[in-house]
Design a protein around this ligand. Structure first.
Ligand code: ADP
Ligand code: ZN
Length: 807
């Protein structure tokens, strides 16, 4: 049994009382300490593993909520990511599942005389309970305060004046039902009744009867009210004569109700798609699996090369064989485009699942999925845990995206790795798609662990067409020429042209890592660690530049050590400032800003994108969001305000990340009828990352990067684990980090683990988050998690296995 208690990774053993019929995968209530909490039955055995077991309190749902595969998957997640088992199981539980048991009080049987001598406070509480009936602890606390409630209820319990019970919280979500009305009288009776009603001047009833007689099926009362002016009394009257019946009917809350789709036919594949498809199609349905295991494909295709079309084909084939699929996308913001394409191809058979839906919608979609009423589920990483029966295919679009890793809460899983595990357990194949694959994924493809399938040409309405031309602008030259604006002269000129021609521009601003490092605006010099050569991070609290790898630090200074100019820059630039500058240069241009500050409402992403696609704006300024696979046919210019921002991030993945962003943004231009171009603004024009991105040269970048990883023993050549300790006192924080560091070093020495390193301890990038200091350590070695199982970390530590970043 796994129980819903945050602190426990282990499982517990409970007795099954004879009155209950329990099977594996079922959700139950169990006593735990002084409380009753939720549990999931993982398995049954004839012999208890401990001597004394408590009994299961009751059943939450009659049928098992989890399949054997889902339970195995949760166990794998818990083990791999060092996460509490219930957290891992919770990923697969239905929306709104988590509930608590509440303590309630009700009056005991007593004689009123007993009350005469009671102090007024106790009487008051009895009055409250007397009035309300069953009263929850929370209600009492609200009325008279926490401390008093405890005191007085204890006294009342001792006097046997009240009884304490445990009640289960109401489910937060249920199936939605609406009252429907239908005719039950037969035709002959209807005529007779109508005549009778008219005679007795009950015209309304007669009218309703006539109306219902014309309906072929039952009708929602709300709908009826819209079409016919009739009162509840009228309905009641007919109901009481057994002429009509009113029943609650389950209705579906449809999250796609606001979209409209055009049904589409599959296009004829282009010749390169045909080649790619040939290597996939035979294995999709389980024929010809070499090695007996279902394969993982890496579909490596430049932006706009028709990867989505391959996904759709693969899905169609899987569906024909009676199975179903899941398609993961990196962002909710992108759901609409993808959903429209999928729904157009598989009308009525697409489900979406994401946290932006109401709980009711999530619940209904979940039901539809588990009942087998759709063929494909689309959503962000959490959609992976949808209860799809007969899973045959998992697609991960833009597989390099970092949003596939859950970082903020346990379990800190990566959807790609979990998907591959799930696929192995369910005999499903996986297709990973990207124009800029994750370095680790590409390495695995090169090693033969994944099957590499390539799409080299870009498809546009002009036919195959080359990727857009990229121009690199050296910002140092701009400064020399006296241009201190964020927009270089070539970018301004290109924007002007684009505006005049009535086409669209996207401008990309990398916000991650702005204001963290210090650069000379005159010569481009960046402060780096003399030992590790990564950029130093500016810590405003200490007024210091700190190396996040080795803790080398440097007091902040006013002038550049290389050119002695006092022109250092700390501050990041925001989208707002870009917006202001554009307004200055192009007062007429219609601007849209897309970042997380602007997007707060539901559907705001969809609206914004739709407005832009409908050409209601000329320029879109955005952060990371616009780099994520959008198809914007009227965009002919993509500008990157500052390509260097991400480069100086103190992280071994910063090059990869920057390269991917640059390529993805560049890929936005020229997807429509007109060719596009790209302008990259940078202070380091000969950096290989910028050079390779400008040539759209993934392989060139990959070979450099994989060499670097191998040399410094970073993933995929090692496993990385991040340990973060947080505490309100910085002193304690540092001490604890140092203590654990020492423990790990001792263990390393004892075990003679030569290729194992402990990096740190260093303050986390955002050293103070939510009022707590954070210090971190990194483990790097062939099997970093092994050492963790030897270690018991106190509260306050979080473990992140295979972190996507180091900051
Ligand atoms: P990717 O997923 O690789 O970015 P898409 O599948 O979105 O590429 O394809 C890019 C564009 O080309 C889309 O507008 C798509 O409709 C179109 N397209 C893809 N395959 C074909 C085809 N076989 N024939 C015609 N148009 C196609
Ligand atoms: Zn250093």
């Amino acid at each position: 049994m796994a129980v819903n208690s945050p602190a426990f990774r282990s499982t517990f053993c409970y007795a099954v009382p004879p009155r209950l019929n329990i099977s594996a995968g079922q959700a139950v209530w169990v006593p735990f300490g002084s409380r009753v909490i939720q549990g999931i039955v993982l398995g049954l055995s004839a012999e208890p593993s401990i001597e004394e077991t408590k009994e299961i309190t009751g059943i939450i749902a009659d049928v098992p909520l989890l399949s054997p595969v889902q339970m195995k998957l949760a166990q794998w997640i818990s083990k791999h990511y060092f996460a509490p088992l219930f957290d891992a199981l919770a990923l697969t539980l239905p929306p709104g599942f988590e509930r608590q048991a509440i303590t309630c009080f009700q009056l005991a049987d007593f004689h009123v005389e007993n009350l005469l001598s009671l102090p007024p406070e106790q009487k008051q509480v009895l009055d409250i309970i007397g009035e309300k009936g069953k009263t929850s602890l929370a209600e009492l606390e609200k009325a008279i305060g926490k401390e008093k409630t405890r005191q007085i209820t204890d006294q009342l319990l001792a006097h046997k004046l009240v009884i304490k019970t445990l009640e289960l919280e109401e489910p937060r979500v249920k199936a939605k039902t609406l009252p429907y009305i239908k005719l039950i009288a037969n035709r002959k009776d209807v005529e007779v009744e109508k005549a009778r009603l008219n005679k007795s001047r009950a015209y309304k009833q007669a009218e309703l009867l006539a109306f219902l007689n014309e309906q072929s099926q039952s009708i929602a009362i709300s709908e009826l009210r819209k079409r016919l002016n009739c009162s509840a009394a009228t309905i009641k009257a007919l109901e009481s004569r057994n002429l009509v019946s009113v029943e609650r009917v389950r209705v579906r809350r449809d999250p796609l109700a606001h979209l409209s789709f055009t049904i589409s036919q599959p296009p004829i594949l282009t010749s390169s798609q045909e080649t790619a498809w040939e290597s996939i199609q035979d294995v999709v349905t389980g024929k010809a699996w070499q090695s007996g295991k279902p394969p993982v494909f890496l579909l490596f295709g430049v932006t706009g090369s028709g990867k989505t079309e391959i996904y759709l084909r693969a899905l169609a084939k899987v569906i024909t064989s009676g199975k179903r699929g899941i398609c993961l996308i990196p962002e909710i913001a992108l759901t609409r485009q993808t959903v429209e394409r999928f729904a157009g191809r598989f009308p009525g058979r697409v489900a979406v699942l994401h946290s932006g839906l109401s709980l009711g919608e999530q619940f209904d979609e979940w039901q539809r999925i588990i009942e087998g009423n759709c063929d494909v589920v689309i959503g962000p990483r959490s959609a992976l845990f949808a209860p799809v029966p007969g899973l045959g295919l998992i697609i991960i679009d833009e597989e390099h995206e970092w949003t596939y890793k859950q970082e903020d809460k346990s379990p800190r899983y990566h959807a790609r790795d979990v998907a591959i595990e799930l696929a192995q357990l369910s005999d499903a194949i996986v297709i990973l798609g990207s124009a800029t694959p994750d370095i680790g994924s590409f390495y695995k493809a090169k090693q033969g662990e994944y099957e590499l399938v390539e799409l080299k040409e870009r498809i546009t309405p002009r036919g195959y067409s080359p990727l857009p031309e990229v121009k690199i602008v050296d910002l140092r030259e701009e400064l020399k020429a006296g241009n201190t604006s964020l927009l270089s002269r070539p970018l301004l000129a290109a924007m002007k042209e684009t505006l005049v021609q009535g086409q669209q521009t996207v401008l990309f601003l990398n916000r991650r890592g702005t204001a963290t490092f210090v650069r000379c605006r005159n010569c481009g010099f960046v402060f780096r660690c003399p030992r590790c050569s990564i950029a130093l991070t500016y810590h405003s609290m200490e007024k210091k530049l700190i190396c996040h790898r080795c803790r080398y630090s440097l007091p902040i200074r006013q002038s550049c050590p290389r050119c002695s100019q006092r022109n250092l820059r700390f501050l990041g630039i925001g989208t707002q400032r870009v917006e202001e500058e554009i307004r200055h240069f192009f007062p007429e241009a219609r601007l849209l800003r897309w970042d997380r500050d602007v997007i707060t409402r539901r559907y705001a992403h969809e609206e914004l994108l739709k407005n832009f696609r409908d050409h209601k704006a000329d320029v879109l300024i955005g952060t990371q969001m616009i780099a994520k696979g959008l198809d914007l046919p009227q965009v002919t210019l993509a500008g990157i305000i500052n390509a260097d921002t991400g480069l100086n991030f103190p992280d071994f993945r910063s090059s990869e990340r920057t390269f991917q962003l640059l390529c993805q943004v560049a890929g936005r231009a020229g997807r429509g009828v007109k060719a596009g171009r790209v302008i990259i603004q940078t202070y380091s024009p000969d950096n290989y990352i910028i050079e390779t991105a400008a040539r759209h040269d993934y392989l060139g970048f990959y070979y450099k990067e994989i060499d670097y990883r191998r040399r410094y023993n970073y993933p995929p050549f090692s496993q990385l684990v991040r340990l973060v300790y947080s505490h309100t006192s910085e002193e304690i924080c540092r001490h604890e980090a140092e203590r654990v560091y020492q423990l790990l070093i001792d263990e390393k020495t004892r075990e003679g683990m030569v290729d194992f390193n402990v990096i740190g301890p260093v303050p986390a990038f955002a050293i103070r988050a939510r009022g707590r200091y954070r210090w971190q350590l990194f483990l790097r070695g062939p099997d970093s998690t092994r050492i963790l199982s030897e270690l018991s970390l106190p509260r306050g530590w979080t473990i992140d296995v295979d972190p996507v970043g180091m900051v």
